[in-house]
Design a protein around this ligand. Structure first.
Ligand code: ADE
Length: 249
């Protein structure tokens, strides 16, 4: 999987690629991340990449020419066009389903907006997708671009190692994940649930599923509307909810 990140602030991005799982994935050649400085495609002595908005108003707008040229410098006629994604609070909200969709491509071009925004012609004539990481506004698209690199890379085979399975994570099965425990078996008087120490795999699996169901119901009931639930899941949840004190339901 190849990522090309186009930004006015390459130094915001690089440190986060130099540590932990992403750094290891890059070292092992499982992902490639190229960071491109949009300013290198700006013109004039001062390499100006932004300008005042037509019509007045506050803030600056990123000029179209450097962005078009930065993207065009990456594309070749011999390769199919990758998705060209603008990070913007106006985009489609990123979910695990969108992450899975993006992971189906072999290359993603991520364009980081900044200041008040980008010239509308970038939206209209250059980018193919617009993605938001949530309903709040950041100072720029760099953190959102890194979030996409991180979330998509975890789905690339080998990135998480052999043991970790991305399909068990929160959201992958449409539910939040069950609670995790590690040693010691008792910490400050708080014990690990007995079932996890029982060695009984079927019971552990059932407990985890039930915990995931209860947790999702309590924290993100909206997810349950779309989660693929079995008859047993529904029966369990119904009984569990019926047994709760009235204040909790
Ligand atoms: N740029 C600023 N805010 C953003 C958001 N929420 N998502 C994506 N890009 C952004």
């Amino acid at each position: 999987m190849q990522f090309d990140i186009l930004t006015l602030f390459p130094n915001l991005i690089r440190p986060l690629l130099a540590e932990s799982i992403l750094a290891r994935a890059i070292d092992r050649g499982l992902i490639q991340v190229q960071v491109h400085d949009i300013r290198e495609h700006a013109e004039g002595r001062h390499l100006v990449a932004d300008d005042y908005p037509y019509g007045g108003g506050g803030g600056m707008v990123m000029k179209p020419e450097p962005i078009f040229r930065s993207v065009e410098a990456l594309l070749t006629d011999s390769e199919p066009r990758p998705p060209i994604i603008l990070l913007t609070p106006q985009g489609r909200v990123l979910t695990q389903a969108v992450v899975r969709e993006l992971a189906g491509h072999r290359r993603l071009v991520l364009v980081c907006g900044h200041y008040e925004g980008v010239d509308e012609r970038v939206r209209q004539h250059l980018v193919t997708h617009e993605i938001s990481i949530g309903d709040y506004v950041l100072t720029g698209g760099e953190l959102p671009a890194l979030i996409i690199v991180d979330a998509v890379s975890r789905l690339v085979p080998g990135v998480l190692g052999d043991e970790a399975a991305p399909d068990k994570d929160s959201h992958s099965a449409g539910l939040l994940e069950y609670p995790h425990y590690t040693r010691p078996p008792e910490f400050r008087g708080w014990p690990v649930p007995d079932v996890l120490l029982s060695g009984h795999h079927a019971k552990i699996e059932r407990w985890r599923r039930q915990q995931a169901l209860c947790r999702t119901w309590a924290r993100r009931p909206d997810l349950l509307r779309h989660a693929p639930l079995t008859d047993e899941d529904r029966r369990f949840l119904g009984q569990w909810i019926a047994g709760l004190p009235e204040d909790d339901t």
